[in-house]
Design a binder for this molecule. Structure first.
Ligand SMILES: [Zn+2]
Length: 89
């Protein structure tokens, strides 16, 4: 008797403990967990802790930041973060 995965519809396999499992979904789950670990483990060590802040910018400054960010090919929030970091260090 064959069973199908409810999530992706592919064939299920039976493990030694008689539980049915989907190879595809299992692989996806492991991959997602690995990526999460990679972000938490490696990336977070390189980047200092961040806190989201809300601040009011002049429209002119924001427009300039967006224009420059577009030229540099990075998000304007990142550009602003760099500018603030440089000004403070
Ligand atoms: Zn599946």
């Amino acid at each position: 008797m064959k069973k199908k995965c409810k999530k992706c519809g592919s064939e299920l396999y039976q493990a030694e403990d008689m539980k049915w499992f989907c190879l595809l979904c299992l692989a996806k789950e492991i991959e997602a967990r690995d990526q999460e670990n990679a972000v938490k483990g490696t990336w977070r060590i390189l980047e200092p802790e961040t806190t989201p802040v809300t601040l009011r910018l002049s429209e002119a400054d924001l427009a300039k930041a967006k224009a420059r960010a577009r030229k540099l090919g990075k998000p304007y929030q990142t550009l602003l973060k760099d500018v603030i970091h440089q000004a403070l260090s």
